[in-house]
Design a protein around this ligand. Structure first.
Ligand SMILES: NC(=O)c1ccc[n+]([C@@H]2O[C@H](COP(=O)([O-])OP(=O)(O)OC[C@H]3O[C@@H](n4cnc5c(N)ncnc54)[C@H](O)[C@@H]3O)[C@@H](O)[C@H]2O)c1
Length: 254
């Protein structure tokens, strides 16, 4: 039980990586608040909710009022958050010339302002209670340029630097902040953009993207959850301000 006694909030916990992290934390003894745009907790967490180990809250990370309401709902239910995972995120596929201002704003509102809004709301409580851990979901695209990811890459570069900035400013208050930088993880995000941005070439593109990662496949969400458990447990007490690649070897020769 590597996270016994911890209470975590995971944004974007309704599917994909966020859901896998919520399940990974619960399996290691943490109590978990699953926050997403959905009303009610994800079906996969229903048993943990019934046992009082998990809570589902509706939160739109782009809306400060919604984030504050979720904070109040956590407190009312006795979930005082000491681990925050900023995982909610969206993507846009396109070069700068294929990106409309509204696309850029949509991506920045969720990926950048979302991390800002949620961290600003939950960090004071963590500090009051003696400290905590923040884990942000950045991307391989935070570190290296990827084709057709203009808005997404730049938003995820911001996430990486927001992580370091918070880590530096709050290290003396016993707050750690790190980020994970995954290459492609097979989730609905990938399936959805294959359908919309690569229509008619889904299978070929899926294969190409899998082969881009030298290990030869996409990452599974539970493989990100394993790293999240390490970074949010006391095993990583000396780790802060760092970015962790999980990329099947993409960057090994770079
Ligand atoms: N899948 C990948 O290849 C990959 C790679 C690197 C990084 N990431 C990042 O990992 C995170 C999770 O991605 P995923 O692949 O699991 O995607 P996903 O689409 O399966 O899940 C994202 C979740 O975020 C939620 N969400 C979106 N906007 C929100 C908002 N405004 N407020 C609250 N919740 C919101 C969605 O409802 C969804 O449940 C994202 O930040 C993504 O950028 C994904």
């Amino acid at each position: 039980m590597r996270m016994l006694g911890k209470t975590a909030l995971v944004t974007g916990a309704g599917s994909g990586i966020g859901l896998a992290i919520a399940e990974g934390f619960l399996a290691q003894g943490a109590r978990v608040v699953a926050a997403d745009l959905l009303d009610g907790p994800p079906e996969a967490l229903a048993a943990a909710v019934a046992r009082g180990e998990a809570l589902g809250v509706r939160m739109d990370v782009t809306e400060p009022d919604s984030v504050r309401a979720a904070l109040a709902a956590c407190a009312a239910a006795g979930f005082d958050i000491d681990v925050l995972v900023n995982n909610a995120g969206v993507i846009h596929v396109g070069t700068i010339l294929q990106t409309r201002l509204e696309d850029l704003r949509r991506v920045y509102r969720v990926n950048v302002e979302g991390v800002f809004n949620v961290t600003q709301a939950f960090l004071p409580g963590m500090i009051e209670r003696g400290g905590g851990v923040i884990l942000n979901m950045a991307s391989l695209a935070s570190l290296t340029a990827m084709h057709d990811r203009f808005a997404y890459s730049s938003s995820k570069a911001a996430v990486m630097m927001m992580t370091r900035s918070v880590a530096l400013d709050f290290v003396k208050q016993n707050v750690r902040a790190n980020c994970i930088c995954p290459a492609r993880v097979h989730t609905s995000m990938v399936d959805n953009y294959l359908k919309t941005a690569y229509a008619g070439q889904e299978e070929e593109t899926f294969r190409r993207f899998s082969e881009y990662q030298p290990v030869g496949r996409m990452i599974r969400p539970d493989e990100i959850a394993g790293m999240a458990v390490y970074l949010c447990s006391d095993e990583s007490q000396m780790v802060t301000g760092s970015s962790f690649l999980i990329d099947g070897g993409v960057m090994m020769g770079v």
